[in-house]
Design a protein around this ligand. Structure first.
Ligand SMILES: [Zn+2]
Ligand SMILES: [Zn+2]
Length: 313
């Protein structure tokens, strides 16, 4: 104990004020207190949104709100920073996949957050869109749960966003998610996906997807949500442990722990590769439209309709 200041010696002070630090930012090489950590996170989101032109005047931004901490923090920050800077509206969309024992709690958390923030909230269900819950769909199909769920959830968000004439869909993907996706594409040898430039998707008829938290890591989001009392503890999806991503997450977390900042460098490397590839790889072919639902896609039917047709057989 330092008798002059009354502080415990083992807790370093914030590099921006005298408060005790709660976090060390490896990129900035700075210790941050609760207040300065939150300001730093918000600053990075504003930087991302502004520099990538994610929000424009007149936009209706649909935030994909699962009720978990990433999307809840995203919605809270956007509701705080967007109205001050742009003439744009924010609404939330929650997709209820129908996962027994998991979804009820997260949906309740999503409902109370949107009520607190005073924004419109649309809830769509797999049952109403696809005629079955995820649990019942998976009962008859051997495909990995998270792959099937991811394809159908993306379709559900697109349909719901189109229904309300949203101009973009904001998702809570963070820095760790992005680094894991790069590693997964490498490990699968899926170089088309690795090098894909998502900014070209909008030109091909898809609703623009934005990821305002892509420069914020999971630890920072967890601390931000705890400090601001945004969500309590929510259960993990029961299917999450079956996913390839769960294995890659363990690997990525270990690399980041041993080599702070590695996740950021993984993404920077992918962006450089993607830039280089643009100069040499031929552009995507003409956009096609799904024969079943009319969504833009690369084959005769979209992934969701292909998956649903497979399930019916
Ligand atoms: Zn401070
Ligand atoms: Zn389709």
């Amino acid at each position: 104990m330092d008798t002059a200041t009354g502080k415990r010696d083992c807790i370093p002070s914030c590099d921006s004020c005298d408060e005790p630090a709660v976090y060390f930012n490896p990129g900035l090489q700075r210790h941050l207190c609760e207040r300065h950590l939150c300001l730093d996170v918000e600053h990075r989101v504003i930087e991302s949104v502004t520099s990538h032109g994610m929000v424009h005047d007149g936009d209706l931004v649909a935030v994909g709100l699962s009720g978990g901490k990433d999307s809840s923090v995203l919605l809270s920050i956007l509701c705080c920073i967007v109205p001050e800077r742009w003439d744009a509206e924010i609404v939330a969309i929650t997709v209820d996949e129908g996962i027994a024992g998991y979804r009820e709690e997260t949906i309740q958390s999503a409902v109370s957050l949107t009520q607190q923030l005073g924004i419109q909230h649309h809830i769509v269900t797999f049952q109403s869109l696809f005629g079955k819950t995820l649990d019942s769909l998976l009962g008859s199909y051997p495909l990995r749960a998270c792959t099937a769920c991811g394809i159908l959830r993306k379709k559900a968000f697109s349909d719901a966003a189109r229904e309300i004439a949203a101009t973009s869909i904001a998702t809570g993907h963070n820095l760790d998610d992005a680094a894991q996706s790069v590693l997964m594409n490498y490990l699968r040898g899926d170089f088309e996906r690795l090098l894909r430039d998502s900014s070209s998707m909008e030109d091909r008829g898809f609703i623009r997807r934005i990821k305002p938290l892509h420069e914020v890591n999971e630890k920072e989001i967890t601390l931000y949500s705890m400090i601001n009392g945004i969500t309590g503890h929510l259960p993990e999806c029961p299917y999450a442990t079956t996913a390839f991503r769960a294995e890659v997450r363990t690997l990525q977390a270990a690399i980041e722990y041993q080599h702070p900042g590695a996740s950021h460098r993984i993404i920077q490397g992918q962006e450089s590769l993607s830039e280089q590839a643009k100069k040499t790889v031929r552009p995507c072919g003409a956009v096609r439209y799904c024969a079943t639902c009319g969504d833009p896609c690369s084959g005769p039917v979209c992934q969701a309709c292909g998956l649903l047709a497979g399930l019916k057989k």
